[in-house]
Design a binder for this molecule. Structure first.
Ligand SMILES: *[C@@H]1O[C@H](CO)[C@@H](O)[C@H](O)[C@H]1NC(C)=O
Ligand SMILES: *[C@@H]1O[C@H](CO)[C@@H](O)[C@H](O)[C@H]1NC(C)=O
Ligand SMILES: *[C@@H]1O[C@H](CO)[C@@H](O)[C@H](O)[C@H]1NC(C)=O
Length: 197
């Protein structure tokens, strides 16, 4: 009986491991930005990556260029967000080579993910168009060096709408506590897909 259970668990693990996503993150990853590897946890922060936007301010409709600096990477999920809202905002322009759009928050061009596991690096430029509504935004990414080596919650500094007042993120300390707990739950509950085969 125990053998049958064990065997079943092994089969399940093999099946779930086969359901990886070398072609990019699925829409189910839009909110938590978490790869679904069988039992693989994110690397501890701080990540060896930083997100560098071309400006600390933005204006509606004026493109912002974003670079992910650090070691070469193969998997990515990149979104712009505002405050504690988990919706991906604004629109990305034509994805750079080896990447593609991911529809998030009902926004066809709301996020970028990898299209394959070819190398991306600090020459990979992402271009984002700010929406009319946000007063402040930041960029948030999950970056994978390989299938089992990835960092979540990589964030850029906050950009403010030029002309608007400065915005203080009063919720950031609550986020810092809530996020790891949420991530742990997500890891425990969802182990079906992953970013990079
Ligand atoms: C902080 O969180 C509250 C409730 O979750 C929200 O109403 C408010 O807009 C947030 N403020 C910022 C600056 O994100
Ligand atoms: C980035 O990767 C591309 C494609 O692999 C390569 O052609 C380019 O030289 C790399 N750039 C840097 C700065 O490493
Ligand atoms: C880009 O990456 C290359 C290779 O890792 C490094 O030599 C170079 O200094 C980086 N460029 C910038 C602008 O960070």
């Amino acid at each position: 009986m125990m053998d049958a259970v064990f065997f079943g668990a092994v089969i399940l693990q093999v099946l779930t491991s086969a359901l990886c996503f070398p072609n990019g993150a699925p829409t189910s990853a839009c909110v938590d930005m978490m790869p679904r590897h069988g039992g693989t946890l994110p690397q501890p922060n701080p990540a060896p990556y930083t997100i560098q936007p071309s400006s600390t301010t933005f204006q509606t409709g004026t493109p912002i260029t974003v670079v992910i600096k650090g070691p070469d990477y193969s998997g990515v999920l990149l979104e712009a967000r505002s405050g504690s809202d988990t919706n991906a905002i604004g629109t990305w322009q034509t994805p750079p080579t080896n990447t593609k759009f991911l529809a998030c928050s009902g926004n066809q061009e709301g996020a970028i993910t990898h299209a394959n596991i070819n190398i991306k690096n600090n020459s990979t430029l992402y271009t984002w168009i700010p929406p009319a509504t946000a007063k402040s935004v930041f960029f948030m990414a999950t970056v994978a060096q390989q299938r089992t080596v990835f960092w979540v919650n990589v964030k850029s500094p906050t950009l403010t709408q030029s002309g608007g007042g400065t915005s203080l993120d009063v919720n950031s300390s609550a986020e810092r506590i809530a996020t790891p707990v949420l991530m742990l739950l997500v890891v425990l509950l969802a182990n079906v897909q992953c970013f990079v085969a």
